[in-house]
Design a protein. Sequence first.
Length: 201
Amino acid sequence: MSTVTEPKQDRSRATRLRILEAAVESLASRGWEASSVAVIAADAGTSRGALQHHFPTREDLIVAALDHMFERRSELVEAMTVPDLTGAERVAHVLHTIVEVYLGPLFEAALQVWTAAAADETLRQRIVPLERRFGGGVHEMTVRLLGVDDSDPHVRTLVQATLDMVRGLALAAVLTDDSRRRGRVVDAWAEQLARGLGLAE
């Protein structure tokens, strides 16, 4: 019996994953309004009925896609390592790495949903906890990579300000390729942050 059930479960998981990936891609490339259930089902190579078997409503689908997306983004953060660097060089490397985590289609997809959630209280209530969880994870990972003491209120504020800046840089990158300016901004802030954290050499 298990030999029949397991392949079926594997196919179901594979279908679910394709749907979630298609939803994220559609949100990033088409936007919120155009990412209908029918469009996402077609992108995933499945029927609307099969999609709704996994996700009965569009809201269920989008929230699950965001949860999946946040997990992928969190995996990127958790996988980050820092070479054997110290001082401002270490800080600069950490900042550039975190900026890369925020750039790209995952952030663009999240941005589309944030915009929709701003005008939809029900959606906002489901999205905020996901984003809070991801934000907390990035904060903890940044503290670990920098090697600083987050119990110090001054340190915590500097890390929070840094992540706010990173999100702003990612937002600016949605409209134009400003990689050259972004690199200069990150390097300049890295010097200031290293001094503020007492890591400058």
